[in-house]
Write a protein that binds this ligand. Structure first.
Ligand code: Q0N
Length: 286
């Protein structure tokens, strides 16, 4: 960490430092959360996998929308980014009915104002992907909002632009992943504006922490498909009968190793690159 960098914000698993007025340093840790609780045991290389995947997608989507990535550091887990004025909404795209989208559908037949066909099952593929914005809760859970509520926050023109770009990004990455045996069920993107007011993709993008990745060969409707990355951790936590409040349990070595292997497998399948080559030379993802 640069001595002069001042800490700006912490997420559950990432830290942000200011390098100067224009640039931020984003550092991805090896921490893992499950059921919204950060566990006391790290997953080695998880931060590198997420940073490498984000960089891979940023490099491949720059013609669709500019992004905040300026440099990928040699440690493979920290990036320099352009400082943006972040939009006050989470930009979620859903191609499948899961998580809060499934809950809202069961309760109302709609997700964020999108009326969906009757009789859909949990995890079913939607007729077409939908843009489902949410508020950025400072504490607690993000709240799904409809178009009118999101327009109040960002304006109509900007809303139409982020919806169009987010759907294009989802289409590109979900096609890419599907060809490699992975379903991108949904994803959360964050956008900001540069000094000229142009839309820029920020945060991390299309990582297992910001997206639901499902192994295509295990996909079925009527339940929650196994998570590509966290299933061993969830199964282990369920086997303990833990009440899902902090502090979470320590993970045994076999759960750590199996989970690390799943993160590395996601990286290698999606990028077509050997993870060891990324660790040696992170810039190969760009
Ligand atoms: C920013 N967040 C929320 C880390 C990520 N490029 C940027 N410019 C200005 N601000 C931000 C970014 C970015 N990215 C984004 N906070 C500040 C996402 N955080 C949540 C905590 O973990």
């Amino acid at each position: 960490m640069p001595e002069a960098a001042t800490h700006v914000a912490s997420g559950k698993v990432r830290e942000i430092y200011a390098l100067d007025d224009e640039r931020l340093l984003l550092v991805a840790s090896d921490r893992i959360s499950t059921f919204d609780v950060v566990l006391p045991t790290d997953i080695p290389d998880k931060g590198r996998v997420l940073t490498g995947l984000s960089g891979f997608w940023f490099a491949r989507t720059r013609d669709l929308v500019p992004n905040h990535l300026l440099a990928l550091h040699a440690d493979g887990r920290s990036t320099e980014c352009r400082r943006l004025e972040m939009l006050p909404i989470e930009c979620v795209v859903r191609g499948y009915l899961s998580g809060s989208g499934w809950k809202d559908y069961v309760a109302t037949g709609e997700v964020c104002g999108h009326r969906l066909p009757e009789g859909l099952s949990e995890s079913e593929r939607l007729p077409a992907p939908i843009f489902t914005p949410a508020t950025k809760a400072q504490t607690g859970h993000d709240e799904n909002i409809d178009r009118a509520a999101a327009v109040e926050l960002v304006g109509e023109e900007r809303y139409d632009e982020v919806e169009r770009i987010a759907l294009q990004l989802y289409a590109f990455v979900s096609d890419y992943a599907r060809a490699r045996g992975i379903i991108l069920a949904d994803t959360k993107l964050e956008f900001g504006l540069d000094e000229q007011g142009r839309l820029v993709l920020g945060d991390e993008a299309f990582t297992p922490d910001s997206s639901r990745f499902w192994p295509a060969d295990e996909y079925r409707t009527g339940s929650t498909p196994p998570s590509f990355d966290k299933q061993f951790v969830r199964d282990y936590c369920e086997s303990l009968g833990w009440d899902k409040t902090a502090p979470g349990p320590e993970l045994p070595a076999d759960v750590v190793d199996g989970t690390r292997a799943r993160y590395v497998e996601a990286f290698e399948r999606l990028t077509g690159l050997a993870f060891a080559d990324y660790v040696a030379r992170p810039e190969i993802v760009l």
